[in-house]
Design a protein around this ligand. Structure first.
Ligand code: PGA
Length: 339
């Protein structure tokens, strides 16, 4: 099963709006047209608008770090799904261990956030993972099972492929201690099994499971080569453009369709596209929530590549088109405003 790799940068409580613009510009200049992997930047709320403006017209998507499950009301300091959508946010991190630990978020509350995100066409990145004490006490898989099952309660088969799960062992977050590839793959495979029990194998195979916890350019290639590791949720290494770009390159090398690597290697497609045109990247995906995309999604098709990955590229493009079509079918109330 082809799953497009995803690299998401979680900036946490770092970067002012203007610092965020500088970082986003550096990233966009280097990889803003990259389409073989999905790239998401999650700045703090205060930088969403300015960073979103930098991402306009690029393939890099905008994510938030949190949301409140209610539509609106007396929730001082909170942000609703509609507010995020108004800034063209497409992803949102939910249930990060720092929110569970420092802000007392429970599985039930996190589940409400997941459901609210999906109802508003935001893709939730649901974080799950055990503490050091839980790992040492032998309850890693039980904790992960609880986080996954409670977090996904009420998520329908139709919605599950919009969910991204991030396995983040708490003891590896920001500590420099990374899980071994075996430890990570074991839990990722376990999560895939849980999803299979809940939704059946075909859907479970489509859900992306990211690893998070001290992922760096040095350890990423090995982690990303694992069968069930579909990308990374990156904290520290996302705060600096060089390391984030290197992580994206690792994801491309590990299984993205090689637009980027071909270009880097100075290669050309066998048949340039559009017919007769010079080599260039496929049309950029817009930094728009999918249902705000124009009715006709430009096709990146037709190119033939002198690489064994050509079949994979076609499948990825088809999957992209299917994702977008299913999102367009569910209009978002504020869409009219942005037409
Ligand atoms: P880290 O953070 O990469 O700094 O360990 C990951 C995360 O908390 O999402």
């Amino acid at each position: 099963m082809i799953r497009k790799k995803l690299i998401a940068g979680n900036w946490k409580m770092n970067k002012t709006a203007s610092d965020g613009v500088t970082l986003a510009r550096d990233i966009v200049e280097a990889i803003g047209r990259e389409t073989s992997v999905d790239i998401v930047l999650c700045p703090p709320f205060t930088a969403l608008e300015s960073v979103g403006a930098v991402l306009e017209g690029q393939s890099v998507k905008l994510g938030a770090q949190n949301l409140h499950p209610e539509k609106n009301g007396a929730y001082t300091g909170e942000i609703s799904a509609e507010m995020l959508r108004g800034l063209f946010t497409s992803h949102v991190i939910v249930g990060h261990s720092e929110r569970r630990t420092y802000f007392g978020e429970t599985d039930e509350f996190i589940n409400k956030k997941v459901l609210t995100s999906l109802a508003n066409q935001l893709k939730p990145i649901l974080c799950v993972g055990e503490t050091l004490a839980e790992r040492e006490g032998g309850s890693t898989l039980a904790v992960v099972q609880r986080h996954v099952e409670c977090g996904l309660a009420g998520v329908t088969a139709e919605q599950i492929t919009a969910v991204i799960i991030a396995y983040e062992p708490v003891w590896a977050i920001g500590t420099g201690k990374v899980a071994t590839t075996e430890q990570a793959q074991e839990v990722h495979a376990y999560i895939r099994d849980l999803l299979t029990k809940l939704y059946g194998a075909p859907l479970a195979q489509k859900v992306r499971i990211l690893y998070g916890g001290s992922m760096k350019p040095a350890n990423a290639p090995e982690l990303l080569a694992q069968k069930d590791i579909d990308g990374g949720l990156i904290g520290g290494a996302s705060l600096e453009s060089r390391s984030f770009i290197d992580l994206v390159k690792s994801a491309v090398a590990a299984g993205g369709f090689p637009w980027f690597s071909l270009r880097a290697a100075g290669m050309r497609p066998a048949i340039p596209w559009p017919a007769g045109g010079a080599f260039r990247n496929p049309p950029p995906l817009r930094n728009r929530p999918p249902d705000l995309l124009p009715a006709r999604v430009p096709s990146a098709g037709r190119a033939r590549w002198t690489t064994p990955h050509a079949g994979r590229a076609v499948a990825l493009r088809r999957q992209d088109r299917r994702d977008r079509a299913s999102h367009r079918a569910r209009p978002f109330p504020s869409a009219a405003r942005h037409r």
